[in-house]
Design a protein. Structure first.
Length: 251
């Protein structure tokens, strides 16, 4: 059977993308809008968020939201649903400060998990009921290849990203009968603006040296994978983790 062009399109769909002000989230929002979706961009950084939405154009609705706050997520969901159903949720928001384990405090641990893992829980909890009531929906969670690799000085981050994979699998089991697909992407070392604040040039050279493909992974690469998981092309896939890392980790 020939591939139908509409299988790559999101015409008439509404997608919520968290962490959408820059980097991976912005790339996903751009990709979805280019394929016809109305995109609700959520991020706690108001200035960059609105700038990204302005570039995308009239199909973008920016909403300032902190996924670490239950009330903020509830307000996001209410605004997103006010003009119609949400078909796609991309849980991308996250933080990744580096810290040696023996210097890590309980507050450090709790902060990372509140944003990276509980933020996904909050967004799913806010939007899944409406998806289940309609009998359809696509959820794409963004984890990290560091869960597969393990990574020094990122114990709290890696643990939170592993939790996202577990959450993905369990939600897929529970909501598959409701027609909802829940999948996960584990990006590798993605070339984003914030990377220079937490890695050195030697770090970045090392990342590429570990990959099969000797080039940097771009936000666009992750956006393409997210588009696949958001369209009918992935209608037989749920509970899976798609590794997009240039062949660093294989499983």
């Amino acid at each position: 059977m020939a591939l139908m062009a509409e299988e790559l399109q999101l015409n008439g769909k509404t997608a919520v993308v968290t962490g959408a002000a820059a980097g991976i989230g912005a790339a996903i929002a751009h990709m979805f809008a280019a394929q016809g979706a109305r995109v609700v961009l959520a991020d706690r950084d108001a200035g960059p968020l609105r700038a990204t939405a302005a570039v995308i154009g009239p199909n973008a609705l920016p909403i300032v939201c902190d996924v670490g706050d239950t009330g903020s997520v509830a307000a996001l969901a209410a605004t997103a649903l006010a003009s119609g159903p949400v078909d796609i949720l991309v849980n991308n928001a996250g933080v990744y400060p580096r810290r040696p384990f023996l210097e890590m405090t309980e507050e450090d641990w709790d902060t990372i998990h509140n944003i990276n893992l509980k933020g996904v829980f909050r967004c799913c909890r806010a939007l899944l009921p409406s998806m289940a009531a309609r009998g359809s929906g696509k959820i794409v969670n963004i984890s990290s290849v560091t869960f597969h690799l393990g990574m020094a000085n990122l114990v709290h981050y890696v643990a939170s990203k592993g939790g996202i994979i577990g959450l993905t699998r369990s939600l897929a089991r529970e909501f598959g009968p409701s027609g909802i697909h829940v999948n996960c992407i584990t990006p590798g070392a993605v070339l984003v603006e914030h990377e220079k604040d937490v890695t050195s040039q030697d770090d970045r050279r090392y990342f590429v040296s570990q990959q099969c493909l000797p080039r940097r992974i771009l936000p666009l690469d992750i956006a393409r994978a997210a588009l696949f998981l958001a369209t009918p092309l992935s209608d037989a896939i749920t509970g899976q983790t798609l590794n997009v890392d240039g062949g660093w980790h294989m499983h």
